[in-house]
Write a protein that binds this ligand. Structure first.
Ligand SMILES: C[S@@+](CC[C@H](N)C(=O)[O-])C[C@H]1O[C@@H](n2cnc3c(N)ncnc32)[C@H](O)[C@@H]1O
Length: 252
């Protein structure tokens, strides 16, 4: 099985609510603010790589129809459970690979892809004319001090930042008025255990292209490096972690 699929199937949810941290955004770009402004009650919205639908169920507006998709059957199982608990209407979850999308042409008003991979050409096809693509991604320099100390991590060895690759692919697919915004966020983790909980769950120190399929990702964390990192990043607000994301808005 694909390493990444294996990783997400094992995790089965994308809930970080038990980890204690605060967030300071230095950038005025928020995916959900744009989504809620652009959507109308008649909108059809597709959320790619939805995880277990946690963000969708909390932040997406009430519209005509929302479809949340993920390539992990385990994530979609949890998403169905979360949907029933939420009592929200007009939402459907299903298994789909973002790189092999099984969606009719010209049928969505908005496509959202948050922290997941995309195929810009396939997204372009499934959007209606005038439809909007909203992307938020994790960039190469995310948590870079920590990745440098480990000498590895998501996108650590990429020559070209993923933000630039997505941006160019989106332009090449035919989108117009394409905007790429760098997003800087400071996170402060309350305790060492909160930071470790994040690193054990989110693929920050993993690179899916470089791990062995049978390797237990979590056993690979060297905790002495975390102690060193904490020594240099402890602040009054907590343990500082610098997050680097990017946002893209594009129109068909
Ligand atoms: C980091 S989580 C983000 C979840 C959610 N979008 C959010 O913002 O909280 C990435 C999700 O993308 C999914 N994913 C990764 N590669 C995928 C692919 N090729 N096709 C569909 N889903 C994928 C994973 O299974 C996982 O649920």
């Amino acid at each position: 099985m694909n390493n990444e699929l294996n990783f997400y199937n094992k995790i089965k949810n994308w809930d970080f609510s038990k980890i204690k941290y605060i967030e300071e955004s230095l950038t005025n770009w928020d995916l959900y603010t744009i989504l809620n402004k652009e959507a109308t009650k008649n909108s059809y919205i597709l959320d790619l790589g939805t995880g277990a639908g946690e963000k969708l169920l909390k932040n997406f507006p009430e519209v005509k129809k929302i479809v949340g998709t993920d390539f992990s059957p385990e994530m979609i199982k949890t998403a169905q459970f979360n949907l029933e608990k939420s009592k929200r209407k007009n939402i459907e979850f299903r298994v789909m690979d973002n790189l092999n999308m099984n969606i009719e042409n010209d049928c969505f008003d908005i496509v959202v892809a948050r922290h997941t991979c995309i195929n810009a050409k396939q997204i372009y096809k499934c959007l209606k004319k005038g439809g909007i693509l909203l992307v938020r991604g994790v960039d190469k320099l995310d948590c870079f001090e920590l990745k440098k100390m480990y000498g590895k991590g998501q996108a650590y060895n990429d020559i070209k930042p993923i933000s630039q690759i997505d941006y160019e692919n989106i332009l090449d697919a035919g989108f117009k008025n394409v905007e790429l915004v760098p997003i800087h966020i400071r996170e402060y983790y309350k305790t060492k255990n909160d930071l470790i909980a994040l690193l054990l769950k989110a693929p920050i120190l993993q690179d899916f292209s470089e791990i062995n399929e049978n390797e237990n990702l979590n056993e690979k964390l060297d905790f002495s490096i975390i102690d060193n990192y904490i020594k240099n990043h402890e602040t009054d607000k907590g343990i500082l972690l610098i997050r680097r994301y990017y946002g893209i808005v594009a129109y068909k």
